[in-house]
Design a protein around this ligand. Structure first.
Ligand SMILES: [Mg+2]
Length: 388
């Protein structure tokens, strides 16, 4: 079966959502991004703002100089993420093989969908129409034999266009494609390539791979593939990302020294509770069942559990149950060798698509919230305390 990949890129996504939701902004220059005052960078500029030379990643203060009358909006990323989920849902009516690559870009493997439609262009139009009718947003679409070419195709006709690169057109297409237009080739690389006499993607594909590898290392091989329009990477459907939804979360500690000291044990149980509940919350989850596991020095194992009606996720709620369970145990003359806390019967707040989208957003805005991330990295779990 011929492989056919479709790529969607939303037109000025964040700005378009703001314009849709606020009629006063329609037809006007809108800039989304930045933080307090003039700090931060532009996330998205509406097409009206782009006419003033404003573009993504430009510092806000610079954008304000270029167009002081533009409407500057910090942005509501939660709202944008919800729109991303809706777009993915629409895409999944065409094929289950849908991969969001960015907050406003999606790849679809439509190889198996073709028989259900009249043509490739009809699939592209169906998607554009549904996105326009249901979400009042527009997008550009590219269709090609692989991801690399599909993304390049989308770029060709922005905004709102449809570009199809048929398999037998690839060579001709690459011959006419300037290397600067290729995704992944920056300004510096382009200058070096031009010095080698490489101006188009076709030139790049015909250039001896060995020389590219000598000049660029591993990237040289990638460049050669790009020049030939080869990209064998497959689409990772979003549903396969569900794997990160465990049925239970548990942590165990084997004690350095067997003990029957209750205070010591409670301290260890507190640590275990911190660990498990932090992991639980990171998955946007909460638990109905809390299990305490105890292994004695004679290697016998006991587990005790308690189930609550309303799922919990905070350390103090979980710890209270762990301690209640522990206090009921008659240790006798035995010593404890291992302790474990297990959270099960889990409940997830968001659907997996939403979680995936949020994680993409987190990556995208990592730069903005770098300070916060650094803190988390530095202090890790310790920063999360009881009563968080
Ligand atoms: Mg876009």
């Amino acid at each position: 079966m011929e492989r056919i990949i479709l790529h969607i890129d939303m037109d000025a996504f964040f700005a378009a959502i703001e314009q849709r939701d606020n009629p006063e902004l329609q037809g006007k220059p809108v800039v989304v991004g930045g933080s307090d005052g003039d700090k931060g960078v532009v996330s998205t500029a509406s097409y009206e703002a782009r006419k003033f030379g404003i573009h993504s990643a430009m510092p806000i203060y610079q954008a304000k100089k270029l167009c002081p009358d533009a409407k500057f909006i910090k942005g509501n990323y939660h709202k944008y993420a919800e729109e991303s989920v809706k777009i993915i849902n629409i895409c999944q009516t065409i094929t289950p093989i849908v991969e969001p690559v960015s907050v406003d870009e999606v790849f679809l493997d439509i190889s198996g969908s073709i028989p259900f439609f009249e043509s490739k262009i009809q699939i592209a139009e169906t998607l554009q129409n549904r996105i326009s009718q249901e979400l009042h947003l527009t997008c550009a679409v590219g269709i090609a034999p692989n991801k690399l070419l599909a993304k390049i195709a989308t770029e060709m006709n922005k905004p709102s266009g449809i570009t199809i690169i048929e398999k037998n057109m690839v060579t001709k297409f690459l011959d006419n494609l300037h290397i600067e237009k290729m995704f992944g080739i920056g300004e510096k690389t382009a200058i070096i390539l031009k010095n080698l006499g490489i101006y188009t993607s076709g030139d790049l594909g015909r250039f001896p791979e060995s020389i590219l590898v000598k000049r660029f290392g591993k990237f040289g091989k990638k460049l050669s593939y790009m020049g030939k329009g080869i990209d064998n990477s497959s689409i990772v459907p979003i549903s396969s990302n569900n794997r990160k939804r465990p049925k239970s979360i548990s942590n165990e500690i084997t004690l350095l020294e067997n003990t029957s000291d209750k205070e010591k044990i409670k301290k260890i149980l507190l640590q275990l509770t911190h660990k498990t509940s932090y992991r639980l919350r990171k998955k946007n989850s909460s638990a109905h069942t809390i299990t305490l596991k105890i292994k004695y020095d004679n290697l016998s194992v006991n587990t005790f559990n308690h189930t609550v009606e309303k799922a919990i996720s905070y350390d103090n709620d979980i710890y209270k149950i762990v301690i209640d369970l522990f206090d009921k145990i008659n240790i006798g003359f035995r010593k404890i060798r291992l302790l474990g806390v297990r959270l099960s019967n889990l409940e997830y707040k968001d659907d997996p698509i939403q979680l995936e989208i949020f994680s993409i957003y987190r990556k995208k805005f990592a730069r903005v919230s770098k300070a916060v991330d650094k803190l988390k990295e530095k202090f890790g779990e310790e920063i999360i305390n009881i009563g968080e």
